[in-house]
Design a protein around this ligand. Structure first.
Ligand code: ADP
Ligand code: ZN
Ligand code: ZN
Length: 818
């Protein structure tokens, strides 16, 4: 008889798939993409995904049996498994890494240790210590206990030693049990019990209830509610409408007068009613739409370069309409922070409940529901509007992927693996579905623009703002000169104050951009120059005035603000540089009559933190908003006329080869928030270096000049998009260890790649969370095989891991690092 096996993906970083043995009937039932619980290691049980079913016994080990089959049909489809495989290969990680990123955690079962009494023979209770006896005795009353029960019984945290001793004394045994994390949301409804369906029976009932007027009221309310809405009546609704307590309703249910039942509900539901028709495009948009369609005939990927407020979204909407009418699904990708209520509402107005939203603030249950709706090709998920991780949803027939704000670096996952770029991965996803991909931006990434110029992508431009709204007038303010002439008040030049005063007087709103949060990044002693440092990282702590704290933005360490210098005891503490909090403070002092708010990581925590500030700005409850790059994205504020960039220099001087490109993108995107109506917006950029080429290019809105100049640098210094690159980071808590290890690694790489290896080099922040870091960079010429390059790296990596001293060094491979 043939023996059957399955290869499964387990959500841990294992290099290979793992093989388990299955019976013939299990082999008939199982399909790739189903979940199976499997034992792993000594006592662990993991949720795994079936990758393949076959007849080949593993050579290195005996295949174990599976624990349990968890699905009746696959929850991951073949196209997804193909994408997972591509991600694992391209981004040099394991399938387990991809699985963990791809599946909502609600699908990954929790396993929990269950403690039961050993039933072989009663033991001599006198050998048990007091705490052991308590547990043993509890098991006389309860058939099993979980670890947290033991914690409660003993009233202490560390109970594992007790459990261990009980096992040794053969008093108990433990096993792992799995349970599903996802819980469908059930809503409770009531109806009249069928016994009272006839008029006669009902009459008798009502007579009976005349002695219980409250119950009678509830019943009558139920009738009127169902007559009115012609829908099932929720218990909550009935309680509300009849103003009866739950206990009265419960009494009716207990008596058998009412019957309660449950209906499974999606947690997120679109409640809007009618949809509106899509907008009529103007001639520029119409032309862009035609060009995109033409480009798609020869290119599966097309770049739409459209200035801010040119109406790109409306062009996308027309394309979406087309694809939906062919019965295909659409994925609309946006960076997390651009997924605003404004855009969601706009799409829902057009497409109603066909729009599903997917982002990180969703709970695991909400994510499972979106997943299932996409998997079942439900009408509720024809368009998925989502952030980075929505590329992992189980689409079965995608027709179009839109990547809006395609230049955004947040599309790249930084940590943990898979370190994938959602834009680049979505192009592969589109190919798997034979779908089209449209990348859109007002400030395209050099990568995409370069690909378009090379004719690898189709290319379409939309260079006019909708309704002929003028591009904002951008003015550079030399704060060096202003300082010399004593025309600065704090961080505000006289020009900025003038423009702000004017704008406020006209009743318009202002956005001030400062790309650092906190009060002032660096606190320094005026006497000895000492700056408080994070104990875990090589960075100075940032002062947050609101909480009177010093905080580390890398590891979250915080301490109370110092009153005197830790080194010399001097009470004169100075703050250098500045963050959003300090700007907010200064604005409040300068413009006492106006309402000032701040938007940064600190003020937008919580599910609706961000939304609240945006709504307040929209409703003009805020006159001046101070914020970080959070406020650059996808927002459309009618009444904002002035944008101030407090300091352009700290972005430009950031030590990264993309710093100039990013500064350009950031400044133009922030500028795009100014003057979205007939009145021309104004942008003031304060800088010590107004002659910087990037600032000149921003002020004249010359994307092409920026592109050409930056591309020259990229050619000269062998950077992407001209060369590909892979960054290898080594981390260890011992400095010498990481030093030796990284030298060994770089030397081995040099033997293969020669001059194309840079480093090892300590990053600007050499220690984070008590780990010392070293980076090695490999530059890969376009004509060199990427697959062969990776093979060589993996070989070196394997030899590295075989060196005993290096085994504890953590190695991170980052392909196309950002
Ligand atoms: P972008 O995405 O290019 O920044 P949007 O699509 O947000 O631009 O458009 C900017 C503004 O112009 C929005 O308020 C939008 O509703 C409006 N708009 C764009 N195209 C049209 C159109 N064809 N008809 C009516 N309003 C439009
Ligand atoms: Zn000092
Ligand atoms: Zn730190």
């Amino acid at each position: 008889m043939k023996q059957y096996y399955i290869d499964v993906i387990i959500p841990i970083p294992l290099k290979k798939l793992f093989t388990y043995s299955i019976t013939t009937s299990e082999a008939d039932f199982l399909k790739p993409g189903m979940r199976v619980a499997v034992p792993f290691g000594k006592s662990k049980i993991y949720t795994s995904i079936v990758y393949e079913i076959h007849n080949n016994a593993p050579v290195a080990y005996d295949a174990k049996d599976i624990h349990q089959i968890l699905d009746e049909t696959p929850i991951v489809n073949a196209k997804q498994l193909e994408l997972w495989q591509w991600i694992a290969n391209y981004y040099m990680c394991t399938m387990g890494d991809v699985m963990r990123a791809a599946l909502p955690s609600g699908f990954i079962l929790e396993s929990e240790t269950v403690i039961t009494k050993r039933s072989i023979a009663p033991i001599d209770e006198s050998i048990l210590k007091d705490d052991e006896f308590l547990i043993y005795e509890a098991l006389h009353h309860q058939s099993s206990l979980k670890v947290h029960d033991v914690v409660n019984i003993l009233d202490k945290k560390n109970v594992l030693p007790v459990i261990k001793r009980l096992i040794e004394k053969e008093a108990i045994s433990v096993e792992e049990e799995v349970y599903e994390k996802y819980k469908p949301k059930l809503v409770r409804y009531v109806k009249l019990h069928s016994e009272y369906a006839s008029n006669e029976a009902l009459q008798v009932l009502l007579d009976d209830l005349s002695r219980a007027p409250k119950q009678r009221d509830v019943l009558l309310t139920l009738f009127s509610l169902s007559a009115k809405t012609k829908k099932p009546v929720k218990v909550a609704e009935l309680a509300h409408e009849s103003q009866a307590s739950n206990s009265i309703i419960k009494a009716l249910i207990d008596k058998g007068v009412l019957e309660a039942y449950f209906i499974q509900k999606d947690r997120v539901e679109y409640l809007g009613e009618n949809t509106e028709t899509t907008k009529h495009l103007n001639s520029y948009q119409e032309q862009a739409l035609d060009e995109v369609k033409t480009a798609f005939k020869s290119h599966s990927v097309t770049l739409l370069h459209g200035v801010t407020s040119s109406g790109k979204t409306e062009v996308y909407v027309k394309l979406i309409e087309d694809v939906l009418s062919q019965g295909k699904q659409v994925l609309y990708l946006l960076p997390e922070i651009a997924l605003t209520a404004q855009l969601i509402t706009r799409l829902q107005n057009y497409f109603g409940e066909q729009v599903a939203i997917f982002h990180s603030k969703y709970s695991t249950n909400e994510r499972v529901e979106v997943w299932n709706n996409v998997l079942n090709n439900s009408n509720k998920a024809q368009i998925v509007l989502g952030a980075r991780s929505s590329i992992f949803l189980p689409f079965n027939d995608l027709g179009l992927i839109i990547v809006d704000e395609e230049h955004e670096q947040s599309f790249k996952q930084f940590d943990p693996a898979p370190r994938y770029h959602a834009r680049d991965t979505s192009i592969v996803l589109a190919n798997i579905h034979k779908a089209k991909a449209l990348l859109g931006s007002a400030t395209p990434s050099l990568e995409s623009y370069f690909n378009a110029k090379q004719n690898k992508y189709g290319f379409v431009e939309l260079m006019y703002r909708y309704n002929n709204v003028l591009m904002p007038d951008i003015e550079l303010v030399d704060i060096n000169e202003k300082q010399k002439k004593k025309r600065m008040k704090g961080h505000f030049s006289d020009r900025l104050i003038e423009e702000m005063t004017e704008t406020l007087k006209e009743g318009h709103q202002i956005i001030l951009f400062q790309n650092r949060r906190g009060f002032s990044p660096i606190v320094e002693c005026k006497t000895c120059g000492h700056a408080p440092q994070c104990p875990n990282c090589d960075v100075s702590l940032t002062y947050h005035q609101y909480r009177q704290q010093l905080r580390c933005h890398y590891c979250g360490y915080h301490a109370v603000m110092i009153k005197t210098c830790e080194a010399c005891g001097s009470p004169e503490i100075d703050s250098k540089g500045f963050g959003t909090e300090q700007i907010e403070e200064e604005v409040k002092a300068l413009f006492t009559e106006y309402k000032v708010a701040r938007m940064d990581l600190d003020t937008t925590r919580g599910k609706y933190g961000y939304e609240k500030i945006i709504t307040a700005l929209e409703q003009q409850e805020i006159d001046i908003l101070v914020g970080t790059q959070m406020l650059t994205k996808g927002l459309d504020f009618r009444n904002v006329k002035l944008v101030g960039i407090m300091n352009a220099d700290n972005m430009l001087n950031f030590p990264d080869f993309r710093a100039h490109e990013r500064s350009f993108q950031l400044m133009l995107q922030v500028s795009g928030r100014a003057g979205r109506t007939q009145e021309r917006g104004k942008v003031l950029i304060q800088t010590y270096n107004p002659h910087h080429n990037i600032l000149q290019q921003v002020s004249t809105n010359s994307y092409i000049d920026m592109f050409q100049e930056q591309m020259n640098d990229r050619y000269n210094f062998k950077y992407p998009p001209v060369y590909k690159q892979i960054k290898i980071t080594l981390k260890h808590k011992d400095y010498n260890r990481v030093e030796t290890a990284s030298n060994w690694y770089a030397k081995s790489l040099r033997q293969v790649f020669r001059g194309f290896v840079l480093g090892p080099e300590a990053p600007p922040i050499a220690r984070i969370r008590n780990q010392f870091h070293k980076n090695i960079l490999i530059k890969i010429p376009k004509q060199q095989s990427l697959a062969k390059t990776k093979e060589a790296i993996i070989k070196i990596n394997n030899s590295f891991l075989n060196v005993k001293d290096f085994r504890s060094v953590k190695v991170i491979l980052n392909v196309d690092n950002f």
